[in-house]
Design a protein around this ligand. Structure first.
Ligand SMILES: CC(=O)[C@@H](O)[C@H](O)COP(=O)(O)O
Ligand SMILES: NCC(=O)COP(=O)(O)O
Length: 239
């Protein structure tokens, strides 16, 4: 059954705008779960622009659904993940100068490094998801490094300028999902999904969880977190 992971990074963006204590991502996670979130996702970035280490530690103790820690493939982040033990880790690419994630992680070009990190985390019973483009070679490489999951980057679908491009990107995602499942991977998806574009992705056979953040937090700022999450599950037709 398709599930929704709510990324609460941008609750922390509002707090960090004043370097203060509110809004608290921990409180936001409680409300997101009351609204029906099946999981909570946070991206602890190297530059700590939004989510802080303190948030992840407290969320580990308070999240009732499941906690997905997005992180770069660095020694620092591996040590933090091994210490805090999220329910799963999603390895994502990171550039300090980026506004947001700009693409999928390159597994093909660094498979030894990624394989080492996947091995370390999964040996500590922390399943790993790899945030990748729906690319044949990247999916193959994800199998080779023994990741349990991939998360298909939906940014190109989300940013498609017209119906024809949207359809093309959706087909690429569907083919990627099919290839991954046939190879034994579990498949999530995310980035740039909104109330208006999510349903076709939700319909891709075999898709397990959609990780959605910015659009939910944007709506929550106007109507409240519980309603924003409930309405996203309605948009996905899972509630
Ligand atoms: C990997 C991805 O697409 C997002 O989950 C990521 O968290 C985006 O980074 P920001 O939340 O900092 O925009
Ligand atoms: N991995 C995608 C995610 O967690 C949220 O991305 P977005 O919805 O904030 O673009």
């Amino acid at each position: 059954m398709l599930t929704l992971g709510v990324n609460i990074d941008h609750i922390a963006t509002i707090r960090q705008a004043r370097r203060t204590v509110e809004p608290d991502p921990v409180a936001a996670a409680v409300l997101a779960e009351l609204g029906g979130a099946d999981g909570i996702t946070v991206h602890l970035r190297e530059d700590r622009r939004h989510i802080q280490d303190r948030d992840v530690r407290l969320l580990r103790q308070t999240v009732r659904s499941h906690l997905n820690l997005e992180m770069a493939a660095t020694d620092e982040m591996v040590a933090i993940a091994l210490d805090i033990k999220p329910d799963y880790v999603t390895l994502v690419p990171e550039k300090r100068e980026e506004v947001t994630t700009e693409g999928g992680l390159d597994i093909v070009g660094q498979s030894d490094r990624i394989g080492e990190i996947v091995g370390k985390l999964q040996s500590a019973d922390i399943p790993v998801s790899l945030f990748i483009d729906a690319d044949h070679a990247q999916i193959d490489a994800s199998v080779k490094v023994k990741a349990k999951f991939i998360e298909l980057h939906t940014g190109q679908y989300a940013e498609a300028k017209n119906e024809a491009s949207r359809k093309k990107e959706l087909e690429i995602l569907a083919q990627g999902c099919k290839q991954a499942i046939e190879a034994g991977l579990r498949v999530n998806a995310g980035h740039g999904l909104t109330y208006w574009n999510v349903y076709p992705v939700a319909c891709i056979p075999g898709m397990e969880e959609l990780n959605i953040g910015h659009t939910i937090i944007s709506r929550a700022a106007l109507v409240g977190m519980e309603r924003a999450v409930r309405e996203m599950k309605q948009a996905m037709r899972i509630q």
